[in-house]
Design a protein around this ligand. Structure first.
Ligand code: NAP
Length: 488
């Protein structure tokens, strides 16, 4: 296996006993170790309040990592090598004095890359950064990685960003959106900017509308306390869905470099037409799941989930119609939807092209436009629907799909998003991370919708758990003569 070492670094995982660390970060680091992307001197230090020594922590990590990597990829020799890099320190990040111990543990290593990964609640982001600084741990090569959600409004996001920014220069702040680490999402960029075929058609003259869906079958699981405060808009739309929209809509950057890419994404966020006041009733749908069934299994209502308020008005589903006021996209609706406890798990981007201008073949009364579907979950694929002649007499047309499944086209193992993104942090490449002004522009668009809901749209529409969401989400599209792609 080819080695592509990053620089030697200390990867410090705050929240090293949590769900994200165990399910995603440590398995990703295990793969980076196995595939020799980590420098031999790279160390991983996990921190949390729970009492562990190095040995008991490594045992815990072993259990989780062996569950979360493919069986064939986990062997004792690789684990032993990985375990040698791994250590643990009990530390409460809210206590400044405890950071002196962290400094002693890391030791004086001028010039060594330090990655501080904050896999903790966002309330702890600012204190952690300030305490790192006061312990003298923020060297010239230090980077901080922040997980979503970054605040719950423009105001609170600014408070966090101001305090982080007082310690870390913006170029050293890596705001992660793991959707951007997905191969299929990066393939959207390759598709758009690596092929001459699509670019001339990628505009309002040829595209009828766009649908971006991130649908989940799970409910809130054990995240009720967080989710009941956040809701689907803050948890999914403000970050993941808007980032996907940016990648579909942005102009070609001059270079594939952080500032050039992020400048183009920012222009899209700034061109989003505000949805304010009564418009929230026409252009958005908010829903909440009530009890339902999937494949015979009874599913609970949202307000009966653990740690959720019984009178909760929090939305577990959002559908909305976004419009981009610029030359390329004027008049093209971008429909976004996301929800929990739905019929099917899938994340996809659907580009619906306009139909042919003239019906040439008799008997094909409703011409259907071509459709490009970029599937991110559960499988990663791209399919393009074309009209073809149905075999036999006459010229009856029928839709057929050209399919590209990445796992068939490329026989190599697919990287998890966190592997790619962690390596980018180590190498200091922020292309796939969100810059502060992007976060602000996203909140500037989202805040008025949430305010509008409070004023004119308090109660979410109910939908049965296990269904496709509230009927109002279908009407949102029907009013413009469109349907969600799963209903075609
Ligand atoms: P979690 O399971 O609750 O883990 C939180 C971690 O933080 C634990 O290791 C906890 O350990 C530690 N912690 C809490 N208070 C601390 C303190 N004062 N000092 C030191 N450590 C402390 O949460 P999670 O699901 O891993 O999520 C972590 C962050 O990532 C959250 O901001 C979440 O929104 C975000 N996120 C998570 C996921 C995911 O898939 N889980 C996905 C996207 C984003 P102790 O209690 O032992 O201290």
């Amino acid at each position: 296996m080819s080695a592509r070492y990053g620089k030697a670094c200390d990867i410090v995982v705050f929240g090293g006993t949590g769900d994200l660390a165990m399910r995603k970060l440590l398995p990703a680091l295990f793969y980076l170790h196995r595939d020799r992307h980590l420098h031999p001197d790279t160390r991983i230090l996990s921190l949390a309040r729970a009492r562990h020594d190095g040995g008991s922590y490594r045992k815990l990590v072993r259990r989780h990592v062996s569950q979360h990597v493919a069986k064939a990829d986990f062997d004792e020799a690789t684990w032993d090598g990985f375990a040698e890099r791994l250590d643990y320190l009990t530390l409460d990040v809210s206590q400044r004095v405890e950071f002196a111990r962290l400094a002693r543990h890391l030791g004086e290593q001028p010039g060594r890359v330090r990655v501080f990964y904050l896999a903790t609640l966002p309330d702890l982001f600012a204190p952690t950064a300030l305490h790192l600084e006061s312990a003298g741990l923020v060297n010239a090569e230090a980077r901080i990685v922040l997980e979503k959600p970054l605040g719950d409004s423009l105001k609170t996001a600014n408070q966090i960003n101001d305090r982080i920014g007082s310690v870390f220069d913006e170029s050293r702040v890596f705001r992660i959106d793991h959707f951007l680490g997905k191969e299929a999402v990066q393939n959207l960029l390759a598709l758009r900017f690596g092929n001459a075929l699509f670019e001339p058609l990628w505009r309002n003259g040829h595209i009828d509308h766009v649908q971006i869906s991130v649908l989940e079958t799970v409910g809130v699981e054990n995240r009720g306390a967080y989710y009941d405060h956040a809701g689907a808009m803050r948890d999914m739309v403000q970050n993941h869905l808007l980032q996907l929209l940016c990648l579909v809509a942005m102009e070609a950057p001059v270079h594939f470099e952080p500032e050039a890419v992020r400048n183009e994404k920012l222009k899209i966020l700034e061109a989003l037409r505000p949805i304010t006041g009564m418009d929230v009733q026409d252009q958005t749908v908010r829903g909440q799941y009530s009890k339902g069934k999937r494949a015979g299994e009874q599913l609970p209502a949202y307000y009966f989930e653990k740690s959720v308020d019984h009178d909760s008005n929090t939305e577990t589903y959002v559908a909305l119609k976004a419009e981009i006021d610029n030359w390329r996209w004027a008049g093209v609706p971008f429909y976004l939807r996301t929800g929990k406890s739905l019929a099917q798990r899938k994340s996809e981007i659907v580009i619906q092209f306009k139909s042919v201008p003239h019906r040439l073949f008799p008997g094909n009364d409703t011409p259907v436009g071509n459709r490009l579907v970029i599937r991110l979950q559960p499988d990663e694929s791209i399919s393009l629907s074309l009209m073809a002649k149905s075999p036999g007499r006459g010229m009856a047309l029928q839709e057929v799909d050209l399919d590209l499944h990445f796992d068939e086209a490329f026989q190599r193992r697919r990287w998890d998003a966190y592997e790619r993104l962690l390596l980018d942090v180590i190498q200091g490449d922020a292309t796939l991370f969100m810059r502060r002004d992007e976060i602000e522009a996203a909140w500037r668009w989202v805040d008025p919708i949430i305010r509008g809901w409070r004023e004119v749209y308090r109660s979410p529409k109910r939908y049965a758990a296990g269904s496709w969401g509230p009927e109002a989400a279908d009407s949102l599209l029907e009013r413009a003569g469109h349907v969600w792609s799963d209903e075609r």
